[in-house]
Design a binder for this molecule. Sequence first.
Ligand code: ADP
Ligand code: MG
Length: 382
Amino acid sequence: MEHETCIGVLGGGQLGRMLSLEARRMGFQVIMWTGGDNSGAARLADHTITEPFNSQQAFQLFTTTAHCATVEFENIPSTLIDKVSTTIPIMPSSKAISICQDREKEKTFLRSKNIPTTAFQIVTSAETLQLALEKIPGDVILKTLRDGYDGKGQLLIKQNNNRPSASELWNTFGNHNAILEKRINLKSELSVICARSQDGQTIAYDPAENEHRNHILDISIVPARISDTLTSQAKQIAEEITTALDYIGVLAVEFFVDQDDNLLVNEIAPRPHNSGHHTIDACETSQFEQQVRAVTGLPLGSTRLIQPAVMLNLLGDIWLDPTTPPDWTPIHTTPGAKLHLYGKNHAKPGRKMGHITFTAPTIQTAIQNAEKIKQTYNIGTT
Ligand code: ADP
Ligand code: MG
């Protein structure tokens, strides 16, 4: 494709913002259809549509302006993704996105490829929940099949004597279609960002080691502190999944590592991922550049990690009030620290407002620098 090519992005969050920055640097145009929000993300696109996703007029504008399309948020209505795909190429395909939008389809797909996941049961009523609880002993997690993110739509159910009845649990959860998963005693969590080009070239980044707080990603450590065997296994599984989905673009595979060093796939995100933000400052090619390359038909770039890196998420909790950020001086004076802010105009607890990447000659130094900043801003003390 030529350089006047316009990339259409469905969604309007920070992933779209960082994608726009890379696309525009590379000489492409971006049209972003946010479906409502006129956020900081959308302000960086060449063209922005804020109309709802069911607007025919917006559909017309989007598909006549963009030469190709991608998603920055997987919970875009699948009817819209299908409809876009009949007019312009959408990458990844609507089929790949629909698998990743639904935990049942996702796990069934993984199982069909002999890729290990947690034990699970589909739940649609108090009765099926009761049966599922009998089939999966121990602590379990009930999750909505669709539309969950950052731990939203999840209920931890502990195995103990005062466990509420299945119908009480089902009422608390709300009547959704759900999946019951065995809760894994985690040794660690990993993710692998993987890209695939239009001619089928596949390339994976080194795994990130992820630490969550309240089910939201807190920090990512790269390289992960795991064995070489686990590193290559995780990359291999991610590449296998990418190829099996006939995928074009960037995806992220989230893994659980259990106490016996078994890798279990948790979920697949059909887009660049929060745990890949370090690639902007620490890798030869960022995950967003890789996405731009894939959707515009360019060859992929090297995923080489140039320096060890730690990524720390900045949530709205540390804002002084919804519109006043804290003083960033301590970050600007930390060697190797890069502040990224997403331009969102209203901070809320738990809302991702930005991140910091700490690069250093050793991963220990990067971790120490991140820990110091966490203390400075009281991150993780509550
Ligand atoms: P989300 O779509 O919100 O990212 P996840 O399924 O990835 O949903 O869950 C978020 C986090 O919750 C995981 O990264 C992990 O820390 C924890 N978690 C989820 N499922 C399990 C599980 N089966 N066992 C242990 N921890 C889990
Ligand atoms: Mg997740």
